[in-house]
Design a protein around this ligand. Structure first.
Ligand code: FAD
Length: 441
């Protein structure tokens, strides 16, 4: 007879898998129930004609205090990105500007006056306009209007495909706001954090899954053995005495359950009082457009990619130089780039049909790279409901969720809808949840 699991995890995207693997790593027994025929959720790698297109997560920083132990214990294969990944660009006002490394100091992306204001940041005393400032409000207050507007746009586009006036600085970029909380300045806070880092601590570097994120998810799932069921859509989660009963293709029972679904999907299965709150969550659809071709027809520079600045005048939010920073994403002598469209930043562009979106991407990527492109391979992947948007008010929403969940002991929510949208944040939250689950009496 099967031993009762310590926790049932609903959903086998990276949110659910990382919780289950962390529980297993600590000696607990998870049971994962996934509706689909495969694990990995939105990170469903496309393999076609020798191209490898990541439609969602495609890279992450390692080592990471929470992600590294999980990946190592599940014996997954991850490799460093190419060294050129540190080269980053911004397209704005018709030009491409390199912004990382020494080039950043001399960049003409911002004016001399903007740079001087940036350098004064450690001495600038300003008060937050509210406890939950917008990303743009926060960065303009700290860095000045020019650099603040630029930085807020790039961060919003690059991470959330979001609107810098709507995103909450504190909810969307908590580590950045913590620097200011701790030191009264982003620059002083950053320097203090660097000084506090042990001298021999390895610097985090960009990593990729060499055969794609879907395979990385499959490796995590394999480490769970029989403790994962596919094609097991959950339709209810209810309390029965001191147990949670998860219903779908039968019934499973456990003292704890982690619902690792997008909030709107979680709302369909969780008990009554949580559902209306979960339905308040905001997401924004996005489209990922892959363009592949022979190197001569698609000359991609070395580097990670380019983000579009506030005066870029393009629909594309960012263009990633996939085959430059990640080996194996295009066949030999071929190249792959990936453009991101839509989000809260530019929702109306998603009304375009796929072929028009591809035509737009070819034209706009060509403008960014300053060369006409002739891809021979294209692919559009649309995400709806899309990327969670941590707007001003998101932290208060989480507090309200916690207050309701306090009356539902043993029930937890996980995934990118809540406390960080990247895989590393999911791993960090997985550690917190494993603590809670394994101490549930
Ligand atoms: C364009 C884009 C680029 C990104 N780039 C990066 C990046 O470079 N680095 C990074 O770290 N992150 C990145 N991300 C974010 C990353 O992809 C997400 O954080 C992560 O994939 C979300 O995982 P999840 O498990 O929370 O959600 P999902 O992937 O949505 O997983 C939910 C799972 O639950 C299942 N499910 C749904 N309903 C039920 C049900 N009733 N019963 C059982 N199962 C159910 C679904 O089938 C799915 O498998 C990117 C995202 C996008 C869209």
């Amino acid at each position: 007879m099967r031993v009762r699991p310590d926790v049932i995890v609903v959903g086998a995207g990276f949110g659910g898998l990382l919780v289950a693997c962390e529980v297993a790593r600590r000696g607990g027994r998870p049971l994962v129930l996934e509706a689909g025929p495969a694990v990995g959720g939105v990170a469903a790698t496309v393999h076609d004609e020798g191209y490898l297109l990541e439609p969602a997560a495609g890279s992450f920083l390692l080592p990471h205090p929470h992600l590294t132990p999980i990946l190592e214990s599940a014996r997954t294969r991850v490799v460093p990105a190419e060294a050129t990944a540190h080269r980053r660009y911004v397209y704005d006002r018709g030009g491409l500007f390199e912004i990382a490394g020494p080039a950043a100091v001399a960049t003409r992306l911002v004016s001399g006056r903007g740079k001087l204001r940036l350098l004064r940041e450690p001495w600038v005393r300003t008060r937050p306009t509210s406890a939950d400032e917008s990303l743009r409000g926060f960065l303009e207050r700290r860095l000045g209007p020019e650099v603040g507007r630029m930085g807020a746009t790039l961060m919003a586009h690059g991470v959330f495909a979001g609107d810098p006036d709507k995103l909450s600085a504190r909810a969307a970029f908590p580590a950045m706001v913590a620097l200011d909380d701790d030191a009264g300045s982003l620059i002083r806070g950053g320097l203090a954090r660097r000084r506090a880092r042990p001298k021999d601590a390895p610097r985090a570097g960009l990593h990729i899954a060499p055969n794609g994120m879907a395979e990385l998810a499959a490796e995590l799932a394999a480490s769970l053995g029989d403790d994962l069921r596919l094609e097991w859509p959950v339709d209810s989660v209810r309390r029965d005495g001191d147990e949670w009963v998860v219903g779908g293709r039968g019934e499973e029972r456990s003292p704890a359950v982690v619902v690792a679904l997008a909030p709107a999907e979680a709302a369909r299965v969780v008990p009554g009082p949580l559902a209306p709150l979960l339905n308040e969550a905001r997401t924004a659809p996005v489209a990922v457009v892959g363009l592949g071709g022979h190197a001569a027809d698609l000359p991609v520079p070395s580097g990670f990619g380019a983000l579009t600045g506030p005066d870029g005048g393009l629909h594309i939010l960012g263009l990633l130089f996939e085959s430059s920073y990640a080996a194996g994403r295009a066949p030999a002598r071929h190249r792959l780039v990936k453009g991101i469209y839509g989000g809260d930043a530019d929702p109306s562009v998603l009304a375009l049909a796929d072929e028009d979106l591809v035509a737009l991407a070819i034209e706009e990527a060509g403008r960014i790279l300053d060369v006409p492109l002739q891809p021979s391979w294209t692919r559009v992947v649309r995400h709806a409901p899309g990327i969670p948007q941590y707007h001003v008010g998101h932290s208060a929403w989480l507090d309200r969720l916690d207050a309701v969940a306090a009356d539902l002991p043993g029930l937890h929510l996980a995934g990118w809808g809540y406390r960080g949208i990247g895989v590393a944040s999911l791993a960090q939250h997985a550690a917190t949840l494993a603590d809670k689950v394994l101490t549930t009496p």
